[in-house]
Design a protein around this ligand. Structure first.
Ligand code: PLP
Ligand code: 3DJ
Length: 418
């Protein structure tokens, strides 16, 4: 393979069709941010839009904003906009609650649609909150249901006629490996099961085609690749064909068919609206709206192409510059430029000193993250990263290793939030 040089990466940046997006984000000087897969960077439009909402909407219209400024409808209006990014149709997505809560709601709805079956099938590598929510729901439902975990490579074979729901995170949060959503969904349907996809590490990272793969249910967050800010509102998808039958358990007043009739009896609204529970958090929604509008200006195929190129470059440079360091690539080497996707928008290497290396890199302004037991994780966000950033990140990695900076006493104890 030809050696990569600084000239090579500068040439890639000068040919980059997405280069113009970078200046639309706030990025601290000197920082190379490779953690947009945990918390996306701040789009400049977000504080502008939130400030306008505060001063021009809330400040002037007071309670009138619910109607005049469309606050009440935002969960569904933004859902329709987001639908375009995830291969859904208008009316199939709502922006509500948190990812964990939406897992609970949709898992409950799906189990009730398969009353004769008892198993929620998932993988042992899934992000724990999904498993915890399933465990909590099972406890709530009383005896009878089971969360069955198998290794991710065995999922399709494990789908049998006891399985009610196959609940998977499409992109593995540690390795970036991506399930073949179409193949798993076909296998689930062939066995009479439903699918619930967690797209936290997929939406905004690469093209998602919920209806093209006939997915049943999905959830996702807005604060990673969609850049809506810490704790930004989550979203959920219910395929149109299930909307009549799918009933979620958190039957708050805003999922009622006529909330302002104040009836004593709950009657679910039609369609996706019944999955809204409470008053929408308008500040978070407005931040998300600004970030989403920016994302929708970009071509998702171009985003995917650059994400793959950044990830490939990162792998190549680690191997070129640090081949003596004992890094073990745990992400799929090939990413996939057409579906089925194989690697998401992150690259992870395992290393026994991974924690210290990540911390020492952060001290040098290269922000990635660490996941137990030994995973160094780096995320690629094509709208605000340059190829040259990858070059400098690896140069700083080399400097960390050369200086033994990662072995410092201060990194012996791990921080509790990373
Ligand atoms: C796959 C996945 N699901 C869910 C979450 C978190 O959900 P919540 O927004 O409810 O904290 C994360 C990360 O925080 C995640 O990686
Ligand atoms: N959601 C997070 C948070 O509130 C604090 C710190 C990190 C996170 C994360 O997003 C973790 C992330 N889901 C992961 O993939 O590890």
């Amino acid at each position: 393979m030809t050696r990569v040089t600084l000239d090579t990466v500068r040439a890639l940046d000068s040919d980059d069709p997405l280069a113009g997006f970078r200046e639309r984000f706030v990025l601290p000087d000197g920082v190379i941010y490779l953690d947009g897969n945990s918390l996306g960077a701040l789009p400049k439009a977000v504080p502008e839009r939130v400030s306008a909402m505060l001063h021009e909407e809330w400040g002037r219209h007071l309670i009138g904003g619910w109607l005049k400024d469309g606050w009440m409808e935002k969960p569904l209006v933004l859902g329709d906009r987001l639908a375009r990014l995830v291969g859904a149709a208008a009316g199939e997505v709502a922006v509500v609650d948190t990812t964990s809560i939406n897992v609970f709601k949709l898992l409950s709805a799906a189990l009730a649609m398969r009353p004769e079956r008892t198993v929620i099938l998932s993988n042992a590598e899934n992000f724990p909150t999904d498993l915890y929510m399933a465990q909590g729901l099972i406890r709530q439902l009383g005896a009878g249901h089971e969360l069955r975990l198998v290794p991710e490579t065995e999922i399709e074979d494990a789908i049998d006629d006891t399985v009610a729901v196959v609940m998977l995170t499409e992109t593995n949060f540690k390795t970036g490996a991506v399930f073949d959503m179409g193949a798993v969904t076909r296998a689930a349907h062939a066995a009479g099961a439903l699918t619930l996809w967690d797209l936290a590490h997929s939406a905004g990272a690469f093209p998602v085609d919920l209806n093209g793969t006939a997915a049943d249910f999905a959830v996702g967050c807005s604060y990673k690749y969609l850049n809506a800010g810490p704790g930004g509102p989550a979203w959920m998808f219910v395929a149109r064909r299930h909307q009549e039958a799918a009933h979620q358990p958190l039957t708050g007043w805003l999922g009622h068919d006529r909330p302002f009739n104040f009836d004593l009896e709950y009657r679910p609204a039609d369609g996706i609206r019944r999955h809204v529970c409470s008053s929408p958090g308008v500040l978070g929604l407005v931040a998300f709206e600004a970030a989403l509008d920016l994302m929708l200006e970009a071509d998702m195929t171009a985003i995917r192409a650059k994400s793959v190129a950044l990830g490939d470059l990162f792998i190549q440079l680690v191997e070129q510059e640090c081949d003596d360091a004992g890094f073990r690539l745990i992400s799929p080497r090939a990413a996939g430029l057409t579906p089925p996707w194989i690697r998401g928008s992150q690259v992870s290497f395992a290393h026994p000193d991974g924690y210290g290396i990540v911390q020492a890199l952060i001290a040098r302004g290269v922000v990635g993250d660490f996941r137990d037991p030994d995973v160094m994780r780096f995320g690629f966000a094509p709208l605000y990263q340059r190829y040259e950033d990858v070059w400098h990140a690896i140069a700083r990695l080399r400097a960390v290793l050369d200086g033994g900076e990662h072995l410092a006493e201060v990194y012996r104890e791990r921080a509790s939030v990373t």
